[in-house]
Design a binder for this molecule. Sequence first.
Ligand SMILES: [Zn+2]
Ligand SMILES: [Zn+2]
Ligand SMILES: [Zn+2]
Length: 266
Amino acid sequence: MTVTTLLPQPDTRTGRDRLEVLTALISAPSFDPLFRPDIIKVPPNHPVYRWNCLSADCDRSTMGHGDLCSSHEMLWRDHRDRGGTRAEFLRTAPSVGPGDGVEQRTCGICPERPARHLTLELCQYHEFRWYNHRGRRDGDADFDSWLLDQHPLPGFHSCRVQVCPEVADSPLGLCFRHERRYRRHGRPGGATLPSQWGTRYGRRGLVAPVSYEDEHAFERWCASAVAVLRPAQVNLRGLHPLLQAEIKWGMFAYTQKAHGRWELVT
Ligand SMILES: [Zn+2]
Ligand SMILES: [Zn+2]
Ligand SMILES: [Zn+2]
């Protein structure tokens, strides 16, 4: 969930008092520590804020108001139309592999680089090396023995978007989704990597230099860009401290009552 709506600020004195009260409540031992950080990570199968698909072992997020991810929803409709029951479907539904939106994953070889290929858990560089290796052997290559010969490469540090907790996907300094958004916004400040940097630098394990038309404009974009949507996460970074505390307390208080689940993806 990304919180983008700023509530009107109460007058300073009342606001300060309320922040003090909320901070004390949030620090109390009875408060669930899950809701203390500025980035709240909700585990799968949470009794109130469940975000993951109901099908066994599926770690994709649910679609709309349903209980299933989009792939299992399609499989379920098919199963139902053939006269199958819900219980039977949930017991026997096949795995549909990892989704791309739940959380950033790390390369199984480079602990500082994000995985581009989610099933193999490989960064862009190692994905290229694996396909290249497999291609040279006409598809007859053993992944596990190839893995033993690989070495980790250094990462590209944290994403430069101030509110973003993810790691950068390239020397440009942005995570995959912010890099995509940066391009969509017309590249303010003109941060650019050399042409074909992947072939000239990335595939050889070298770090490509970044050039800017106006680095301050790029930094301003990074300071104002909003967080990427992750269904298992509530990102409160960049919000007013009182609003952060209100949301933490509100989310916790909601779990203390008897009622249905709240959807994080809105
Ligand atoms: Zn699913
Ligand atoms: Zn890697
Ligand atoms: Zn980012």
